[in-house]
Design a protein around this ligand. Structure first.
Ligand code: B1M
Length: 221
């Protein structure tokens, strides 16, 4: 890993957003994820390498959270720093030849506020020529149904990061399939698996955005 990418990764894990950010106190008045990412891209580091390092940083902070070494405020700051990095990377992932192959209605299910993974999925899918109707996080079933009604022929993507919200995901899948039996649903997120997807009646489970793209492209052709 290059020195700059290493610095970005540290800033994400420690929640150091930018130069002005006073948190964490020991990194006060030092550049943050914002400045280092801009510099890294200017110096030719690839968006993929930056993203990979940031994903690892989020893994690390998640592990610390599990071990009670950090708490929700630290997670929030890490998420904020990660979002700043993603803002810089967005143009690279969206710069594909945008001739829409179809529409993906995407959201994180009810009760779940985690949206970083979902946003990443959205960027990669858009970059691969799909239009994404992003409904955000904590999305109730009714909102998905309304979006589907307004978008005939769409595919639906559901994300969940909590084991406790997988139940809400299953309910959403069942309700969508009841009203729109032919619609394709793809699910993803850390606690999901192919088996869980099958049990809830979804058409596919994608472990990452690239796998989601593969399914979408296969359904479009
Ligand atoms: Co939370 N959180 N969190 N959190 N958080 C986890 C998920 C957790 C694993 C941490 C831990 O304990 N180690 C744990 C869940 C345990 C469980 O249920 N098994 C947890 C918990 C417990 C909680 C709270 C309950 C904490 C509390 O309040 N006591 C609370 C719940 C709030 C709520 O949602 N109601 C909470 C809150 C938060 C923050 C708000 C502080 C913040 C989220 C900010 C935000 O998203 N805007 C946060 C964060 C940052 C995390 C961790 C550290 C990082 C998540 C992340 O962004 N990862 C996370 C620990 C971890 O993941 N190791 C954790 C990076 C992201 C790129 O990966 O989201 O997995 P990911 O997305 C991947 C794939 O999963 C996949 O592609 C993405 C890119 O590769 N993917 C899809 C995702 N969706 C997809 C959809 C697809 C296809 C692929 O098709 C449609």
């Amino acid at each position: 890993m290059s020195e700059l990418i290493d610095k970005i990764s540290i800033c994400v894990e420690r929640g150091k957003v930018n130069l002005k950010a006073p948190f964490p106190p020991d990194l006060k008045e030092q550049p943050g994820a914002d400045e280092y990412t801009r510099e890294a891209l200017e110096k030719g580091e690839t968006p993929e390498a930056i993203l990979q390092a940031c994903n690892q940083a989020m893994e690390n902070i998640g592990g610390k959270f599990s071990r009670n070494e950090v708490f929700v405020p630290e997670l929030l700051m890490a998420a904020k720093a990660m979002n700043v990095v993603m803002e810089h990377l967005k143009p690279y992932f969206k710069s594909g030849n945008i001739k829409s192959k179809g529409v993906l209605v995407l959201g994180t299910v009810a009760g779940d506020l985690h949206d970083i993974g979902k946003n990443l999925v959205s960027m990669v899918i858009e970059g691969n020529g799909w239009k994404v109707e992003d409904l955000g996080s904590d999305v109730k079933t009714e909102k998905f149904l309304k979006a589907i009604e307004n978008c005939p022929g769409c595919i639906v993507g559901l994300s969940a990061l909590l084991t406790t919200t997988m139940g809400n995901m299953a309910k959403t899948v069942v309700e969508i399939k009841k009203q729109y039996p032919d619609i394709k649903i793809i699910v993803g997120g850390a606690p999901l698996s192919a088996r869980a997807a099958e049990e809830m009646g979804a058409d596919a489970y994608a472990a990452d955005p690239q796998e989601a793209v593969k399914y979408l492209n296969s359904w479009a052709s």
